[in-house]
Structures are given as structure tokens and as C-alpha cells.
Design a protein around this ligand. Structure first.
Ligand code: NDP
Length: 248
């Protein structure tokens, strides 16, 4: 059921596909009016909006001006968010010596600068409202770097530290945490690791103590905790949901 006009507001970037869609759907189920930002597939976004009771706004989060315009639309057309989920993310993996400046910049802009711009644009209203939660979606490579992904690893490491800085500066009204998915069943991941091939899937599973790849709902369960009352004393933390693959 679509939450009513007085329901609290949530915003999810990249919220119409993959993990972001599961997060948007969960927020709707928890009673949030949910605005999902998407990049290019308008038809798919509107299908998701209709099926899952979302409002959608098209904005390339890698474009600071577009993102600030979207933030203005959110505040004027929808209100002050109670929850902000900075989820949109991309990989452009290359060996470091082949990484172009634009590959570097695009990944930094999408994964790290976008959370900076959007949180900075929305936080004043959230602070004025006296309550809010920001959840940044990180990656395990932000803690344990991997070869051929210097841009993504650096961006996600930066996002983790940005989370902690914002938790310090926006407290006590706004809690800020970093939710770190392990390998999670999305079209992007299936293609990248060729998981439809049984041998590739078995090789991946052998490295995960829980012997399965995360479902997007596993990540939504963790989000539910981080935005809910049971985590009211939790801020500046990382929550890793990876089936025990890495144990930091
Ligand atoms: P997908 O590729 O399935 O989806 C990415 C989402 O981000 C899409 O909704 C996409 O929008 C959106 N997006 C990407 N770039 C932009 C942009 N410039 N402007 C607006 N939206 C954008 O990714 P996942 O669901 O797998 O990943 C979601 C998050 O989880 C990312 O931050 C990723 O780094 C992180 N993560 C994922 C893991 C996994 O195993 N899947 C593991 C660890 C972390 P559109 O649909 O319009 O293209």
C-alpha cells in the first residue's frame, strides 16, 4: 500500500534497480513515502514506481548540478527526508596503469562525491527537523582493496571515512552509518562474475562461510535496522553483510 501524504520521507539514490530497489521497497513497507533517484532508464523507473509505490526523479548523481537540482525538487515537492540512502554506485575496473582520468573521475563522482553533494544539500532541512538518518552503501573493497579497481576501492574507502566525519558533525540529530554489502545477487554482479556459470558460482560460494550470495533483501534487513529505533545509539559505524566472507 502507498504510504499517505503525512508519512515520513525517504530518499534512495539508484533506487529503482538492484540493491537500491530492494531498499526502496523496504522503506515503503516500513511506511516511508519513498523518492528513488535513477539515471537513464525512464520506462523501467516508471514501471518500478508503479509496481512499488515509489516517486521517481531522474538525476545523474555524478553531475553535481543535476544532483543539487534534484535535492531542491525533493525539498520543495516532497518535503524534508527522514532517511537518506546514498546507494547509487558504479564500477569501471581497469589495471591502474590503464585507468583513464575519466574512468577515475566518473567512479569518484558517482560513489563518493554524490553522497557529499546530496547529504550537504538535504542535511540542513533534516537538522532543522531535528531527526534523520543517513545510510551510505559501501563495499568490502573500501576496506580490503582489490587489484584493478583502484578508483572503486578508493571511492568506497573515502565513503567510509566520510560517514564517520558526518556522524561527528551532524550528531546528535542525524545518525550516519555505512552499510557494506558483500556479494549480492544483482544483474550487474551476475554478469561481472559470470555467476550463471555453475563453476564460477561454486568458486565464489566456496569463499563465503554462509555458502550463498546475499539476496538484496539481506541488505534491506540491515537497512531496516539502521533506520529503525533499535539502532538509535548507533552512528559512525560500518555494518558488513557478507555472509562472513571477510571478518574485519
Ligand atoms: P546496480 O548496477 O544493479 O545498480 C546501480 C544503481 O545505481 C542503479 O539503480 C543505477 O541507476 C544507479 N546509478 C549508477 N550510476 C548512477 C548515476 N550516475 N546517477 C544516478 N543513478 C546511478 O548496482 P547494485 O545494486 O549492485 O549496487 C548498489 C550499491 O551497492 C552500489 O553502491 C554498489 O557499489 C554497492 N555494492 C554492491 C555489491 C553487489 O554485490 N551487488 C557489493 C558491494 C557493494 P540506473 O538504473 O538508472 O542505471
Amino acid at each position: 500500500m502507498r504510504p499517505g501524504p503525512c508519512a515520513p520521507l525517504a530518499v534512495v539514490t539508484g533506487g529503482t534497480r538492484g540493491i537500491g530497489l530492494a531498499l526502496s521497497r523496504r522503506l515503503v513497507r516500513l511506511g516511508y513515502r519513498t523518492v528513488a533517484l535513477y539515471r537513464h532508464d525512464t520506462q523501467a523507473a516508471h514501471r518500478a514506481a508503479t509496481a512499488h509505490h515509489l516517486d521517481v526523479i531522474r538525476a545523474d548523481v555524478a553531475d553535481a548540478n543535476a544532483l543539487r537540482t534534484a535535492a531542491h525538487r525533493i525539498l520543495t515537492e516532497h518535503g524534508t527526508p527522514r532517511v537518506l540512502v546514498n546507494n547509487a554506485g558504479i564500477n569501471i575496473d581497469r589495471p591502474f596503469l590503464e585507468l583513464s582520468v575519466s574512468d577515475w573521475q566518473r567512479v569518484l563522482d558517482t560513489n563518493l562525491s554524490a553522497p557529499f553533494h546530496l547529504t550537504q544539500a538535504l542535511a540542513p532541512a533534516m537538522l532543522a527537523a531535528g531527526a534523520g538518518t543517513v545510510v551510505n552503501i559501501g563495499a568490502t573493497t573500501g576496506i580490503r582493496p582489490r587489484a584493478n579497481g583502484a578508483n572503486y576501492s578508493a571511492a568506497k574507502a573515502g565513503l567510509l571515512h566520510l560517514t564517520k566525519c558526518l556522524a561527528l558533525e551532524l550528531a546528535p540529530a542525524i545518525r550516519v552509518n555505512c552499510l557494506i554489502p558483500g556479494m549480492t545477487e544483482t544483474d550487474e554482479l551476475t554478469t561481472r562474475y559470470r555467476l550463471d556459470h555453475p563453476q564460477h558460482r561454486a568458486a565464489v560460494l566456496s569463499e563465503i562461510p554462509q555458502r550463498r550470495i546475499a539476496r538484496t533483501d539481506d541488505i534491506a534487513d540491515a537497512l531496516e535496522y539502521l533506520v529503525g529505533p533499535l539502532s538509535s545509539y548507533v552512528t559512525g559505524q560500518k555494518l558488513i553483510v557478507d555472509g562472513g566472507q571477510f571478518m574485519w
